[in-house]
Every structure is written in structure tokens, then in C-alpha cells.
Design a protein around this ligand. Structure first.
Ligand code: SF4
Ligand code: SF4
Length: 220
């Protein structure tokens, strides 16, 4: 899930300076779970912006706004409200924000900051677990990602800075490599700690990346 947090309202208002007509687009998926772009948040934003003199041409929750075909369809369905709008306020992740611009051609203002790819541990609690490296080695590390759980992204740890099980970067963070060690021990796979992991192949994460799924391509 893509984890977002709403920008401070002053920042959003600054982006909307001189703008009168606003179309608000939320997200029925990740941003709904993060409470940054679901029905409640979109309605609250509508009231807030009206209180600051804005005219809201429509509010919509798109499912999801990061899907270009969905955005194009919703843009057709909402043509009149979009034509009236000076900007679309995107209450979704950066991916949604881009796709809304791409699919509508309209000027887009982000209402959120996009933080990371994370696990929803429970309501309102999200944890970063994967850094999208394109070269997954979790099999070797018991399921804990060294790029993410170790702030230095060490592929062979731990470093000399671990103290009382905590990372030297912050006493609030468990040492990722200690987590890996303990998990491998639990699995009876401590021999994996003795293996030297090669440096990360960063050529697999040169941005912007694109993927075409052959099986889908053949069907269409
Ligand atoms: S190694 Fe870590 S960053 Fe890379 S894909 Fe696996 S979980 Fe994600
Ligand atoms: S203390 Fe552990 S988590 Fe922190 S940088 Fe060193 S190996 Fe990584």
C-alpha cells in the first residue's frame, strides 16, 4: 500500500492562491485507508475550501486515481465540472496526482505527501517494509529487507554501530541486521549470515521504470 499524509492546510491554500474553482478528486483505495483521500476527508476538504472562498465544482472518489483508464472514464463522466475547474485538488498519492494530470490534462495540486510503500499493521499504523529496489533478496534475509530495515541499506551486516539491539542511526529503530539474524536463527538458516551478499544491482532501479506484462499484452 502507498502511504500518504495530508499536507498542512496552509500549504494547500498557498498552492490554491488566486484559484477560484476547484475539483476535488479522492482515492477509494490506499488514500482511503490512510485517511488522506476517502469520503470523510474529501467532504471535510470541500467544507474547508468553501470556508476560504473557493467554489467546488465537484467532489469525486476515483477507484483508483492511479489507473489511467479509470481517470479518463471519470473525466468523460465529469466533463462539465472539470471544464469549470481551474485546478484538480488530488487527495491521493503522487502516482494518483500524476495520473490525474495525465488523464485529464488539467492543472493538478497535490493535497498529500507520499511517504513510502508500507504494511498496514492495524488501523492508522503503517510501516515501511520495502524500498522497491527491483532486485528482491528477502529469501536470503528471512523476510526482512536490508535496504529498508537497515537505514544504511547494508547488504552484509550488522555494522559496528548496533547497541542494545538498536541501530546507531536512531535508538528508536531496531537494528535491521539483528532482526535478520534472529529470524534466520528461528528458521534454522543461520548459514545464510555467512554468505557474502553482492552489492545491490542498482541498474534494476534506474528511474523512470516501465513494465509491460507479456501475458496481458498477448490478450489485448
Ligand atoms: S529487497 Fe527489499 S527493497 Fe528490494 S524488492 Fe525486496 S523488499 Fe523491496
Ligand atoms: S546498527 Fe544495524 S540497522 Fe543500524 S546501520 Fe548498523 S547494521 Fe544497519
Amino acid at each position: 500500500m502507498i502511504i500518504t499524509k495530508q499536507k498542512p492546510i496552509d500549504e494547500i491554500l498557498k498552492y490554491l492562491e488566486g484559484v477560484k474553482n476547484v475539483f476535488i478528486a479522492g482515492c477509494a483505495q490506499c488514500a482511503t485507508v490512510c485517511k488522506t483521500g476517502g469520503e470523510d476527508e474529501v467532504k471535510k476538504m470541500e467544507e474547508l475550501l468553501k470556508g476560504h472562498g473557493k467554489n467546488i465544482t465537484a467532489i469525486e472518489i476515483w477507484d483508483p486515481p492511479c489507473h489511467l483508464l479509470e481517470v479518463r472514464k471519470r473525466a468523460r463522466d465529469n466533463k462539465a465540472a472539470l471544464d469549470k475547474a481551474d485546478v484538480i485538488l488530488s487527495m491521493s498519492c503522487g502516482d494518483g496526482c500524476f495520473t490525474i494530470f495525465h488523464g485529464t490534462g488539467k492543472k493538478v495540486v497535490p493535497a498529500t505527501d507520499t511517504l513510502f510503500l508500507g504494511e498496514a499493521e492495524r488501523a492508522g499504523h503503517f510501516a515501511e517494509v520495502c524500498s522497491l529496489c527491483g532486485d528482491c533478496t528477502l529469501f536470503m534475509t528471512g523476510g526482512y529487507c536490508p535496504n529498508t530495515f537497515c537505514p544504511k541499506g547494508l547488504q552484509n551486516g550488522p555494522c559496528g554501530g548496533v547497541k542494545d539491539g538498536k541501530c546507531e542511526v536512531s535508538p528508536d529503530i531496531d537494528c535491521g541486521w539483528l532482526l535478520i539474524y534472529n529470524r534466520l536463527k528461528e528458521l534454522g538458516e543461520l548459514d545464510k549470515m555467512k554468505k557474502i551478499h553482492p552489492p545491490k544491482d542498482h541498474s534494476k532501479s534506474i528511474k523512470p521504470r516501465k513494465v509491460v506484462v507479456d501475458a496481458v499484452k498477448k490478450r489485448t
